[in-house]
Design a protein around this ligand. Structure first.
Ligand SMILES: Nc1ncnc2c1ncn2[C@@H]1O[C@H](COP(=O)(O)OP(=O)(O)OP(=O)(O)O)[C@@H](O)[C@H]1O
Ligand SMILES: [Mg+2]
Length: 239
């Protein structure tokens, strides 16, 4: 794959803030005048919009951050309805998640952008089918990885395992972001300092807990205000 600019956003787990960081990064890159588009290779879980359409929160966040109208572009080739492990949901519907299908959809979006922000699904090695995982997709797109660490007990082990897995696949690591989840972690600063000393990639910032007024409601995308809030707390990686 060529070196089209962009980032692959991975996380220490599912539900750690990858979508928040992806949306924030898109806004920051757009402010530099770039035509940035989001992408996600697979999502599992949909909600019904007021207009009766079945949508996915992550895809909607990426769409809104990318300044696209509803339905303007296909930012995700596999939208599965059940919120569970994607390869298992797919299997239960006799679908095989194919890297080639993901890559075709990715190339279509890439052609129309200056820069891509690709959100992973779950953690770095989420299975896609019996033989392939998301790490294989990351290798194929060959974008620098950005790791979102959801600051909670156990995150240090998850962060270091993820960094190792990224390095095994010879991908660049653009940096990492610490994200405050719903409950502020005990010894948060010390945990961040410890991670800084162990991760050989730039620390791009700590996103505090979102103020109550802009927290993401269930079954909805993030608001632009929430993404702007997160964007203020992170730096763009050096490219
Ligand atoms: N800084 C924050 N402050 C408050 N809530 C947060 C913060 N970051 C994430 N959350 C909440 O945590 C949940 C998961 O966040 P998000 O959807 O961004 O994670 P994700 O890693 O993209 O998850 P997935 O694996 O499903 O793609 C959301 O409900 C979100 O509102
Ligand atoms: Mg997400």
């Amino acid at each position: 794959m060529n070196q089209h600019p962009g980032f692959f956003i991975t996380g220490t787990d599912t539900e750690v803030g990858k979508t928040l960081v992806s949306g924030a990064l898109i806004l920051k890159l757009r402010k530099q005048g770039k035509h940035v588009l989001g992408f996600k290779p697979v999502v599992a879980g949909t909600y019904q919009s007021n207009e009766g359409q079945w949508l996915n929160e992550d895809v909607e966040t990426l769409r809104i951050a990318s300044n696209l109208a509803p339905g303007q572009l296909t930012l995700c080739p596999y939208v599965l309805d059940t919120p569970a492990a994607p390869h298992l949901v797919a299997k239960s519907k006799n679908i095989r998640l194919e890297l080639d299908t993901m890559m075709r959809a990715y190339s279509e979006i890439q052609k129309q952008s200056d820069c891509m922000v690709v959100e992973g699904a779950g953690g770095f090695l989420t299975p896609l089918n019996d033989h392939e995982d998301l790490g294989n997709f990351a290798e194929r797109i060959n974008l620098p990885a950005l790791l979102v660490v959801g600051m909670q007990l156990g995150c240090m082990n998850h962060a270091l395992l993820t960094i190792e897995a990224i390095k095994v696949r010879h991908l660049k690591i653009a940096g990492w972001v610490a994200n405050t989840l719903s409950q502020k972690m005990h010894l948060l600063t010390e945990n961040i300092e410890s991670l800084q000393s162990k991760i050989d990639a730039p620390f791009l910032g700590l996103i505090p807990q979102l103020p109550a007024a802009i927290q993401k409601p269930d079954n909805s995308p993030y608001s632009v205000e929430a993404l702007e809030f997160a964007a203020q707390h992170i730096q763009l990686p050096n490219t």
